[in-house]
Design a binder for this molecule. Structure first.
Ligand code: NAP
Length: 336
């Protein structure tokens, strides 16, 4: 069984996902793409026989040859493209963030509930990473007791041009907002942003690094360091301290080198490489779900909305310096 997909947005991850869907994922065929940058759209399909470039996002979404949509365009477009895909009654895989505001994410949740169909899966791929999955299995087993504290770090070599405090939480921190809720089987109730001394490598208004202290409904405290100009590599760290033990995410395995009186391992520098296997598993799970008629096998629109609420409270705290409350209660039966 196979369905036909249209990809909206053919930048860095759009090209990657289109290639992945064409070459690696079973049960799906890439038939159309769209991007405001037409050259980029044509480049994206040059090795995908039969795929076409559409003239507008609406043409792609409503096309008879497109059964489902993948949204990998700039973040500000996600809400609109997602709503239009749902209105067209088509399954949609949307890269994070679901929308730029919680209000935008809520509209997607409300539209799905109104139509009575879950159609949206959000691209929080860490839930499909073997390291995080192993930690989750251990924590769920109860073998090391209940979690008490988690220490996380999200470090990039160099911030994207124009990156600001919104990007720090909505582009980077949002991965932890989702994956730590999932890992700890809990939801966040408060967040405080703290700005330490700023690196000379941060441009403009970006406070870099920044620390978010988040508390869950069960009282677990998660500290997250977001450091977008760390210089040395793309580095994701996660350690959970529980009552009877500690579990820590392994660094991606690589060879160890002994040379010049040193013992060392390389650190990845490109985000695309860190979760390369997780993206494959994530998109295969989505494709299988669409072919089964379930449409979603992973983070739902509700999860995207929950992460937006944490983002928004973090942004508020960046301005106020205070601990800000988050209200994620009231998960509808529809999303249980
Ligand atoms: P990118 O390279 O800048 O690609 C975004 C593309 O969207 C660009 O080609 C851009 O064109 C295009 N675009 C802008 N406005 C558009 C519109 N109105 N309609 C259609 N296309 C439009 O960015 P990226 O790194 O691929 O990121 C894309 C999305 O994926 C972002 O939302 C990001 O948060 C997400 N992402 C997720 C992960 C993950 O690990 N899950 C990793 C990376 C990115 P122009 O360049 O001409 O503006």
């Amino acid at each position: 069984m196979s369905f036909r997909v249209g990809v909206l947005g053919t930048g860095a991850i759009g090209k990657d996902h289109a290639r992945r869907l064409h070459r690696t994922i079973h049960g799906v065929e890439v038939v159309a793409v769209y991007d405001v940058n037409t050259d980029s759209a044509h480049e994206c399909i040059k090795d995908i026989p039969g795929a076409v470039v559409m003239s507008t996002p609406e043409e792609l979404i409503n096309s008879d040859i497109v059964d489902a949509i993948v949204i990998t365009s700039a973040s500000f477009t996600h809400e609109e493209f997602c709503l239009k895909s749902i209105e067209a009654n088509k399954p949609v895989f949307v890269e994070k963030p679901l929308a730029l505001s919680s209000e935008g994410s809520r509209k997607i949740v409300d539209l799905e509930m109104k139509l009575g169909r879950k159609l949206t899966q959000v691209g929080f791929m860490r839930r499909f990473d073997t390291g995080y999955l192993a930690m989750k299995k251990l924590l769920d087993s109860g073998e090391i007791g209940v979690p008490l504290v988690a220490h996380c770090a999200h470090r990039n070599v160099k911030a994207m041009p124009g990156a600001d405090n919104l990007e720090a939480v909505n582009g980077s921190g949002i991965h932890e907002f989702d994956c730590m809720s999932w890992l700890l089987d809990d939801y966040f109730v408060s967040v405080q942003a703290i700005f330490p001394r700023k690196t000379k490598n941060a441009l403009g208004e970006l406070s870099d690094p920044q620390i978010l202290i988040m508390t869950t409904s069960k009282g677990i405290v998660v500290d997250l360091e977001i450091f977008l100009n760390c210089k040395y590599g793309y580095d994701i760290q996660c350690e959970v301290v529980a009552e009877e033990g500690i579990t820590k995410l392994q660094d991606p395995s690589d060879i160890v080198i002994r040379r010049d009186a040193k013992l060392y391992t390389d650190i990845l520098v490109d985000w695309k490489d860190r979760f390369i296997a997780a993206y494959d598993v994530e998109l295969q799970a989505w494709a299988d779900a669409v072919n089964r008629g379930d449409n979603v096998d992973g983070p739902s629109a509700w999860d995207g909305y929950s992460a937006s609420l944490v983002s928004e409270a973090a942004l508020k705290s960046q301005l106020s310096g205070q601990t800000e409350k988050i209200d994620i209660t009231g998960r509808p039966e529809f999303y249980r």
